[in-house]
Design a protein around this ligand. Structure first.
Ligand SMILES: Nc1ncnc2c1ncn2[C@@H]1O[C@H](COP(=O)(O)OP(=O)(O)OP(=O)(O)O)[C@@H](O)[C@H]1O
Ligand SMILES: [Mg+2]
Length: 375
């Protein structure tokens, strides 16, 4: 169906939602377009722990029907009025690779991509759904092969310059689970998107130099490095903010929910007590940051470029001390992500959104894409 016909039948004032099913909580954001601007209508979050008989903040692995139940609950509790949705797929359920191919004609390229991509996919190709995007060369005019010189400054002949292709694959079982979830939640979903692409849409604003997005979630820490908005490198660290709660729980010998409370309220207790807690959690944080450093080094070695800025996101970075640690660790500009900055919102919410925004990058990015679909 052409865009014109789609527009003809759609109200330009339609509200849309983005839904991010994290391992510890679901986030939803509802937007509407008004005079060409994205306007925040409502947003909300619901912890998944209680749906699995676990504490708030605890990581879950729920079956589709329980997730659908939680989605219906968060939509109701957040006063969402639209069911027109974009839904994210966890980065860990996907495989993203940037591959290089010779500069053949477009038709030949389309045939080569799936054949080449096979090498990167560890399961039979029939078990995954693949999508790809040929990175336009203007994005890469600062890369050696596009400039026409190699590492030793020798000229590269046009016929041996490479084309970069971003290949994304998702296991069919994952897609079928998500289809079941959206059906059971009565959502009208036009796309699933890997969380990496949603959160970067919400967090980046036209940066050209390499930027790192550091998403400290409950179960894992996701790292994406982008140049001119294109993902050049990505990595998942299998430790997240829940690990910090677990270490407080063990170190102080208190239940998980008490440890979660202590973690979320750091900064309000006595300095002596808090020094102990920081000592307990430093092992976990050191592990995450040293892995992040390895990722940075690997990227720099591969692309010979430095990271100009690190954008922090995910609920875990709301913990007191994480920002300072990140600043000391990365030795480059470090900022807190502020996705609600991209949308119009009531003035009285601005301060709240600066803090809550940390958890909503993915949901917001999904809603922004959904809004773009209405154009
Ligand atoms: N104010 C706060 N202070 C400290 N930690 C917090 C705060 N708010 C949330 N967190 C922590 O952030 C984590 C939740 O973050 P987020 O919602 O980004 O995770 P998620 O998306 O559910 O997880 P994942 O991305 O790993 O699937 C939890 O571990 C929670 O304890
Ligand atoms: Mg998350």
């Amino acid at each position: 169906m052409s865009n014109f016909i789609q527009n003809f039948f759609k109200s330009p004032e339609e509200s849309v939602i983005g839904i991010d099913v994290g391992t510890s909580s679901i986030k939803v954001v509802q937007l509407r377009k008004k005079k060409g601007r994205a306007v925040l209508e409502t947003y909300g979050e619901l912890s998944l722990g209680p749906y699995a008989g676990l504490a708030l903040g605890q990581v879950t692995n729920l079956p589709a029907d329980k997730i659908a139940e939680a989605i219906k609950d968060v939509l109701r509790e957040s006063n969402v009025t639209s069911n027109s949705a974009g839904v994210s797929i966890p980065f860990k359920s996907s495989l993203v690779s940037l591959i290089e191919l010779p500069p053949v004609d477009p038709k030949q390229l389309q045939e080569m991509i799936p054949l080449e991509a096979r090498k990167y996919i560890p399961v039979p190709i029939s078990e995954v759904t693949m999508d790809w995007w040929v990175v336009p060369t203007e994005f890469d005019h600062d890369l050696d092969f596009a400039q026409g010189v190699d590492d030793e400054n020798n000229e590269i002949k046009p016929e041996s310059r490479k084309v970069q292709v971003l290949v994304v694959s998702i296991h069919n079982d994952v897609l079928s689970t998500y289809s079941t979830i959206v059906k059971a939640s009565a959502l009208n979903t036009s796309f699933f998107e890997i969380e990496m692409f949603s959160s970067t849409r919400a967090l980046l604003s036209g940066e050209t130099a390499p930027v790192m997005i550091f998403d400290l979630g409950a179960s894992s820490t996701k790292i994406y490095i982008l140049e001119r908005g294109v993902v050049k490198y990505s990595h998942i660290i299998n430790r997240g903010s829940q690990e910090i709660t677990v270490s407080i729980s063990k170190g102080l010998n208190v239940p998980f929910d008490r440890a979660e409370h202590i973690k979320r309220n750091l900064g309000s207790g006595s300095p002596a007590e808090e020094k102990d807690v920081f000592e307990i959690i430093s092992l976990t944080l050191d592990f995450i940051f040293s892995e992040a450093n390895t990722v940075t080094l690997n990227y720099q070695r591969k692309f010979n470029k430095a990271i100009s800025k690190v954008i922090l996101t995910g609920g875990g970075v709301a913990m007191k001390g994480v920002f300072e640690l990140a600043r000391a660790n990365f030795q480059t500009e470090v900022v807190m992500g502020d996705p609600f900055n991209k949308v119009e919102s009531p003035a009285f919410l601005e301060d709240v959104l600066k803090v809550t925004g940390l958890e909503f990058s993915t949901a917001l990015g999904l809603a922004l894409r959904k809004l773009q679909e209405l154009n």
